[in-house]
Write a protein that binds this ligand. Sequence first.
Ligand code: NCD
Length: 306
Amino acid sequence: MLKGRSLIEPENFNLEEMDGLFSLAEKIEADERYLRESCRGRLLATLFFEPSTRTRLSFEAAMLRLGGSCLGFAEPGSSSAAKGESLADTVRMAAGYADVIVMRSPKEGAALLASRYSQVPVINAGDGGHHHPTQTLTDLLTIRRLRGNLKNFTIGFCGDLKFGRTVHSLTKALARCEKINMVFISPQELSVPEYIIRQLQRQDIQFTETRSLEEVMPGLDVLYMTRVQRERFFNEEDYIRLKDTFILNTEKMALGKKELVVLHPLPRVNEIAVEVDADPRAAYFKQAKYGMYVRMALLSSILGVN
Ligand code: NCD
C-alpha cells in the first residue's frame, strides 16, 4: 500500500511495490481512459527550486490526466525563498494547500527534510547530486517495457557518474534486481562516489569501472548516457575540460548489440550526437513518455484512488 507515503529515495519502495506501479503504468498506457478523473478535486503542489522541463511537466501532465489540478512555482526567484523563507516554512504552508507535494532542490537531503515538516506526502524530484527516485521509476519501466523484465542484463552508465543523481538512484534500485552487471564509464574525476561503490560491494553486485566506452560497448544490453552536470562543478575550466569526454555517435553505436537499449534521462547537451536519434535502439524519447505514465501510477497510488 503506497497510500499516504512519501518517496525520497528508491529504497523507500520495495520491489513488489515498484512492480505494482509498473503494471499500473502499463495498464494506463494501454488504455488512456483508465483512472481518468480518479484524482478529481485533488491538488498537486510542484515546488521547483532548480530548473526542470520533463520532470515538472510530466508530473503536471500526469495529475491533469488523472483529473486533478496543479499549483506551484518553477523557479525559486518567484517564491518566498527569494525573501529568505526557510524550506520548512514553505513546505508547511504548501502542505496546507495541496494533497501531495513534488519538490526539487539543489540541496542534498532537502526532500527528506521537507517530508518531516509536511502533513502530506512528499515526492523527491531531485535533491542536488543525491537522488531522483521518480526518474528511476521511469528508467526501470522503460527497461521492463523494452526488454520484457528487469533481470539478467549488463548496463553501462556513461558520463558524469559523480554528480549524476539519476545514476545514483538507478544503481541503488538495480542492486536489488537479479543478475545485473554494472559497467561504469567515466573520466577519473567523475567516477561513481565511494559510498555507492562500497554499497555495491556489500551487496555482492558485479561491477567494473573503465575509461573507454568503445571497449565495453559490445557487451552492453543497456547504455545509460548522462549529461556532465555543469551546475555542480566548482569551476568552469574543469567543466569545459570534461564535458565532451564521451560522445555517443553512429561509429560507437555500430559496436553495440542489435538489441541494445540506449537511455538518457535528458536533457542532452553534446553527449549523444543527434544522428543517433534515428537509430531504433535510441529509446530516450520513449523513456520520457513512460515517465508520465509511471508518475500517473505513482500519484494515484499515493493518493489512494486506484
Ligand atoms: C535529470 C536531473 O534533473 O537529474 N533530468 C531529469 O530529471 N530528467 C538529469 C540531468 O539534469 O542531467
